[in-house]
Ligand binder design. Structure first.
Ligand code: IPM
Ligand code: MN
Length: 353
């Protein structure tokens, strides 16, 4: 039997509740497909930070490297100053483990309400490949004269050709694998960011021309992309973009697919250890009430199986989520309005599996 060792970081707020349901579904998939999933919990998050001052120590990074994957609930605590946990845990893991792809599917399932009038599951089904370890997130830059009237601050959008190229190649491969519209849209702002934008534009073109002649190349400026995502989401197949633009447009993507309750993400190092998470936050006000939507965490678990190479199991999880929603038994994607508890949604999906 194939065994996978999964590091589990339930994290803060409702993280543990959604992870619990995700594991329920993962276990159902494992039973069906003859896999053994072994889970090792880690208590990183706001509570631990408040207790010990530790976020994600170096020793933990080394330990996490030894796992097949990481399954994360949510990080974020109302008593911790913004930035500490985000930088100390989430971004640290992404950078230290070189999880250079942030993969965020934007897919509208049946019976899920989208704010876009006249759009249904047929029109909303694309994937955003967000570069995850470069750009402004590298923190290169600095500040001077802080607190004076002439204060200056910079944070630089840093990209190297290799960092752009590995991301673009991943996106081309994914576009080919999806075999849908065979179109890879690069999103940037090359009319203003003429240096770093040009690096992305040339890489997208050169790699595409050389190795992916079967994939259509397309380009949108990021501002126009937000407009098209709302007006004509059916136009997109795969979008590849730099880190900050990806951060922004994936929240828009989450909304048009029905909200944070259903939006999953993967922080992927194709050659190393990847980390999967529901992309909504820790929702502290709903903690412990058994009303948070676990579908995003369940979908993230499904994505984890796919990246581990268990395509069949991944598809089965996705089909179970699809069937659970198609049944009409889940009334809304919002916490408290699902018509079912967190536990019941997990039971429903696991049962269908
Ligand atoms: C995300 C989040 C993070 C990001 C924050 C919490 C650092 O918004 O995963 O999209 O900006 O990447
Ligand atoms: Mn974000």
């Amino acid at each position: 039997m194939k065994t996978y060792n999964i590091a589990v970081i339930p994290g803060d707020g409702t993280g543990p509740e959604v992870v619990r349901e995700g594991i329920k579904v993962l276990d159902a998939a494992a039973a069906k497909f003859g896999l053994a999933l072994s889970y090792t919990p880690f208590d990183f998050g706001g509570e631990r930070y408040l207790r010990t001052g530790e976020t994600l120590p170096e020793s933990a990074i080394d330990e996490l490297r030894g796992f097949d994957a990481i399954y994360l609930g949510a990080i974020g605590h109302p008593d911790v100053k913004p930035g500490i946990l985000e930088k100390g845990i989430l971004l640290k893991a992404r950078f230290a483990l070189d999880q250079y792809i942030n993969l965020r599917p934007v897919r509208l399932y049946p019976n899920v309400e989208t704010p876009l009038k006249d759009k249904g599951p047929e029109q909303i089904d694309f994937v955003i490949v967000r570069e995850n370890t470069g750009g402004i997130y590298t923190g290169i830059g600095g500040a001077t004269l802080v607190g004076t009237p002439n204060e200056i601050a910079t944070q630089v959008m840093v990209y190297s050709r290799p960092v752009v190229e590995r991301c673009v190649r991943y996106a081309y491969d994914l576009t080919r694998k999806r075999a849908r519209k065979n179109t890879l849209t690069l999103v940037h702002k090359c009319n203003v960011l003429t240096d770093v934008g040009d690096l992305w534009v040339r890489t997208h073109k050169e790699v595409g021309d050389a190795d992916y002649p079967d994939i259509k190349q397309d380009y949108n400026h990021v501002d126009a992309c937000t407009m098209w995502m709302v007006k004509s989401p059916e136009f997109y197949d795969v979008i590849v973009t730099e880190n900050l633009f990806g951060d922004i447009i994936t929240d828009l993507g989450a909304m048009i697919q029905g909200g944070m309750g259903i939006a999953a993400g993967g922080n992927i190092n194709p050659e190393g250890v990847s980390m999967f998470e529901p992309i909504g936050g820790s929702a502290p006000k709903y903690t412990g009430m058994d009303i948070i939507n676990p579908l995003a965490a369940i979908c993230a678990g499904g994505m984890m199986l796919g990246v581990l190479g268990e395509e069949g199991a991944a598809q089965a999880v996705d089909q179970a989520v699809y069937a659970a929603l198609a049944s009409g038994g889940i009334k809304s994607m919002s916490a408290g309005r699902m018509g079912l508890s967190t536990t019941e949604v997990g039971d429903l999906v696991a049962g269908l599996l």
